[in-house]
Design a protein around this ligand. Structure first.
Ligand SMILES: [Zn+2]
Ligand SMILES: [Zn+2]
Length: 304
């Protein structure tokens, strides 16, 4: 299977339009060695022709522009995007759907709570029906609820429930439902190779642990380096963990977790613009490199 990182930054992108933290400011001024990144999304394909997009980023048009495989010219109106899978209902993972409104049929896979959020409190899917035909495919939230989205019949997607909250606008923001947030194990039936993808991951529970054990590549939450990164920068009071993201450093952090799997390919994605690992010359980045952990960038390709 082919995996293409369309966007590797967390919500807001990098640099974020209104942010003057040392990373955003340094990137704009060229005083740090860091490349700009769009908001988080990946695409997977079994044949390099038809692609399944995982989460629809507000930057999807830029991402399509930079990835010709998504814009083939077989008909007067055409796309390489066969279907879209949503892993939650967050703004930075769903507003890209609006940009796809010129398409005829939008084959969309998500859980019932995510569909509810996008139909009631944030009626994005209803809005879309005035432009195209969103076709909802309900997916479960247990590892055994395996599905193969349109365009990826040889790939088995297994939903892994991950703890976290529904989006701030959700009617059940403070009443978490199973299915609000997913990780995905994607297995190529032809080769048996598996990638585990979770842009939001705060806890390695038994289900996540089992998914990690059986994966060849872990493409996981790289939002924050420290738990209090946002507070340190004077941006927000919330801790990374409270926002559903396990920080990389410190006891029990993502680096420590990933260190248990030295033989797997390990890549951080969904990097927040405050994260010092964006600076390729930072000592934090050097720690990752020494630990054999990669940092995703826009346009990164992984073949399994
Ligand atoms: Zn996000
Ligand atoms: Zn910033």
């Amino acid at each position: 299977m082919k995996i293409r990182v369309l966007g590797s930054a967390a919500g807001g992108g990098f640099p974020q339009w209104n942010c003057n933290c040392p990373m955003c400011d340094g990137q704009r001024k060229g005083t740090i060695n860091a490349q700009a990144r769009t908001q988080s999304s990946i695409a997977v394909s079994q044949d390099g022709i038809r692609w399944v997009v995982l989460n629809a980023s507000p930057d999807i048009l830029t991402q399509i522009k930079h990835f010709p495989a998504l814009q083939p010219g077989r008909a007067i109106r055409d796309t390489g995007i066969a279907s879209v899978v949503l892993m939650d209902a967050q703004i930075d993972h769903t507003t890209g759907l609006l940009m796809l409104r010129e398409g005829k049929i939008l084959e969309l896979y998500c859980t019932e709570p995510v569909h509810d959020d996008l139909s009631v409190t944030n009626p994005l899917l209803k809005l879309l029906t005035h432009y195209c035909e969103p076709r909802w495919h309900r997916i479960g939230f247990r590892p055994e609820d395996v599905f193969s989205p349109i365009g990826a019949e040889d790939l088995e997607f297994s939903p892994i429930p991950v703890s976290g909250k529904a989006p701030p606008y959700s009617s059940h923001r403070d009443d978490p439902h199973e299915g609000d947030n997913l990780g995905l194990s994607i297995r190529d039936k032809r080769t048996g190779k598996t990638v585990f993808y979770a842009p939001g991951l705060v806890q390695i529970d038994d289900k996540v642990e089992a998914a990690w054990q059986s994966a060849d590549c872990l493409l996981v939450d790289g939002t924050c380096w420290t738990d209090d990164e946002m507070a340190q920068r004077g941006i927000a009071h919330k801790l990374a963990r409270q926002m559903g993201h396990l920080p990389q450093s410190g006891p029990g952090g993502m680096m420590e977790q990933l260190a248990r799997f030295p033989d797997k390919r390990r890549v951080l994605i969904h990097i927040n613009n405050t994260n010092p690992i964006l600076d390729e010359d930072s000592q934090e980045r050097a720690q990752l490199t020494a630990a054999g952990i990669e940092v995703a960038y826009d346009g990164m390709e992984i073949e399994l």
